[in-house]
Design a protein around this ligand. Structure first.
Ligand SMILES: NC(=O)c1ccc[n+]([C@@H]2O[C@H](COP(=O)([O-])OP(=O)(O)OC[C@H]3O[C@@H](n4cnc5c(N)ncnc54)[C@H](OP(=O)(O)O)[C@@H]3O)[C@@H](O)[C@H]2O)c1
Length: 224
């Protein structure tokens, strides 16, 4: 079964619908979206207790778990002008929130000797991009965290990998004004944004292949 954290919008919503349409059991979460179209549970992943209680509630149905950490936020500001609380919030959602979900689900995966965890990282973890230092920090931190988690769990048939996504047609890209979007696309060697289908293919590949572990896979149309 698949668990999608952050399934109310963007990429998570798309993946939720894809797994559903392939009749793969999928459950998911949202946080602040007012009207969710799917049957999702409200969980603020920055609050470990909420995550833990939700996993406990779902415990009976959890089997052959694929956890997809798709929740994320960004905050645009040059560091010298930023609001420290908003900067911190990005780390709390993107890094600590993802860890909270992993922490709550790992014991179940370990007891079942199966697990797949896929986190969404970003091209900007490596590509110096102004105005998003918190986001970049949160995304590159996933790489190091993943390496350590793999050393702890790989012997139990649990894989943990990251997708370093470039710029997708879906989701937070909507926050980029059209004028910047056009110049952004020109920088991508593929000359286009990532189609959602390519994200789904990559996710499925990471689920299928049990020997890719601790990897951070670029999905960016050649953007470096
Ligand atoms: N879109 C891109 O081009 C792109 C590129 C590189 C990496 N990524 C990464 O890919 C992932 C998905 O991005 P997206 O563009 O699809 O984002 P999005 O459309 O902005 O959706 C973000 C999701 O995260 C959830 N979320 C936010 N704060 C949360 C919290 N405190 N607790 C629980 N859930 C929370 C949101 O739920 P509510 O709306 O209900 O609050 C929503 O479902 C993110 O990790 C993002 O950083 C995206």
């Amino acid at each position: 079964m698949v668990i999608i954290i952050g399934a109310s919008r963007g990429i998570g919503k798309f993946l939720f619908e894809q797994f559903n349409s392939e009749r793969i059991q999928v459950i998911g979460t949202y946080n602040s979206t007012i009207s969710v179209t799917e049957n999702l549970t409200k969980v603020d992943i920055t609050d470990y207790k909420q995550v833990f209680d939700w996993i406990e509630k779902e415990r009976e149905v959890l089997n052959n778990i694929v956890l997809i950490n798709c929740a994320g936020i960004t905050y645009n500001s040059f560091a010298h002008k930023c609001e420290p609380d908003l900067w911190r919030r990005v780390i709390e959602v993107n890094l600590i929130g993802s860890f909270n979900c992993i922490r709550a689900i790992l014991p179940v995966m370990r007891s079942q000797k199966f697990g797949r965890i896929i986190n969404f990282s970003s091209v900007v973890a490596l590509k110096g991009t102004p105005g998003i230092s918190a986001y970049a920090a949160s995304k590159s931190a996933l790489w190091g965290m993943t390496k350590s988690l793999v050393a702890e769990n790989a012997s139990l048939n649990i894989t943990i990998n990251n997708i370093n996504l470039g710029y997708s047609e879906l989701g937070m890209i909507n926050q980029v004004p059209k004028i910047f979007l056009d110049s952004l696309i020109k920088q991508i060697p593929a000359n286009r944004l990532c189609e959602p289908e390519n994200i789904f293919k990559t996710v499925k590949y990471l689920i299928d292949c049990d020997y890719i572990n601790g990897a951070s896979i670029d999905l960016n149309g050649g953007l470096v």
